[in-house]
Design a protein around this ligand. Structure first.
Ligand code: UDP
Ligand code: MG
Length: 225
C-alpha cells in the first residue's frame, strides 16, 4: 500500500502547539451557572475593552441550525438535556470563529495578529479546557460569576418567556444546574489552583456587577491590554 494511502487511515495527529499564541491573543474564559449573567456582562466588556465575544452556546445553536450540519441532531439532544456536547465539536467551532475574527481582512495569514476574546460559557468540562489550551490558545484569566440557583432559576424562567430556547424550561434548567455542579465547577476549581480565577458576586444588580468586573479585569490585565 502506498504510504499516502496508509497515512489517510490514521487519525489526525494531536496538535502539540496551539494555533494561536498567548503573546498575541488575550483569551478570557467567562464561567458561571446558567442564568448567572455571563452574556449580559460580556456585552458590557465588549463596549469597555473591544473584546470579541464568542458564546459557546450561541455557536452550538448556530451550528445546530446550519443546513447540512452533521451535528445538528446531536447538538439539539445535548442542549435540551443540559449535557455537554462532545468537546471536539465545540473546540472546533471556537477555533474557527477565532481564526475568522483574526482574519477579518480575508488575507489568510493570521500569524502575529493581535486579538482579545471573551469565551462565554466555556470550558464547561475539564477535557474541553485542556484540549482548547493545547490546540487553540492558552487562557489568561477566568471570570467566574457566582450566583445562587434560586436567583438563576428566577432569571431563566423569565428569559424563557421570550428566549425561544429549548432549555429555558423547569426540567432542562434542573438538568443544567446538575451538570454545572458536577461537571463545570471542577473547571473553576482547576483554574483556581492556577490563580487565574476572579470570582464575582453575580447576585447583585447588573450595573454593580459590571463595575466590579471592570475593576477586576483591570487589576488582572491592566488598563491597556
Ligand atoms: N454547551 C455545551 N458545551 C459548551 C457550552 C455549551 O455543550 O462548551 C451546551 C450545553 O448543553 C449548555 C447549552 O449549550 O447547557 C447552553 O449553553 P449556554 O452557554 O448558551 O447557556 P447559559 O449558561 O448561558 O444559559
Ligand atoms: Mg449565555
Amino acid at each position: 500500500m502506498p504510504a499516502s494511502e496508509k497515512n489517510a487511515q490514521l487519525p489526525a495527529p494531536s496538535k502539540s502547539t496551539p494555533t494561536l499564541s498567548g503573546d498575541d491573543v488575550t483569551v478570557v474564559f467567562v464561567l458561571g451557572g446558567p442564568g448567572a449573567g455571563k452574556g449580559t456582562q460580556c456585552a458590557n466588556l465588549v463596549k469597555d475593552y473591544g473584546f470579541t465575544h464568542l458564546s459557546a452556546g450561541d455557536l452550538l445553536r448556530a451550528e445546530q441550525e446550519r443546513p447540512g450540519s452533521q451535528f445538528g441532531d446531536l447538538i439539539k439532544d445535548y442542549i435540551k438535556n443540559g449535557l455537554i456536547v462532545p468537546m471536539e465539536v465545540t473546540v472546533q467551532l471556537l477555533e474557527n470563529a477565532m481564526v475568522a475574527d483574526l482574519d477579518k481582512s480575508g488575507k489568510g495569514d493570521i500569524k502575529g495578529r493581535k486579538g482579545k476574546f471573551l469565551i462565554d460559557g466555556f470550558p464547561r468540562k475539564l477535557d474541553q479546557a485542556h484540549k482548547f489550551e493545547e490546540s487553540v490558545c492558552p487562557a489568561k484569566m477566568v471570570l467566574f460569576y457566582d450566583c445562587s440557583e434560586n436567583e438563576m432559576e428566577k432569571r431563566l424562567l423569565i428569559r424563557g418567556q421570550t428566549s425561544g430556547r429549548s432549555d429555558d424550561n423547569a426540567e432542562s434548567i434542573r438538568k443544567r444546574f446538575r451538570t454545572f455542579v458536577e461537571t463545570s465547577m471542577p473547571v473553576v476549581d482547576y483554574y483556581q489552583t492556577q490563580n487565574k480565577v476572579v470570582k464575582i458576586n453575580a447576585e447583585r444588580d447588573p450595573e454593580v456587577v459590571h463595575k466590579d468586573t471592570q475593576k477586576q479585569v483591570e487589576a488582572q490585565l491592566g488598563k491597556n491590554f
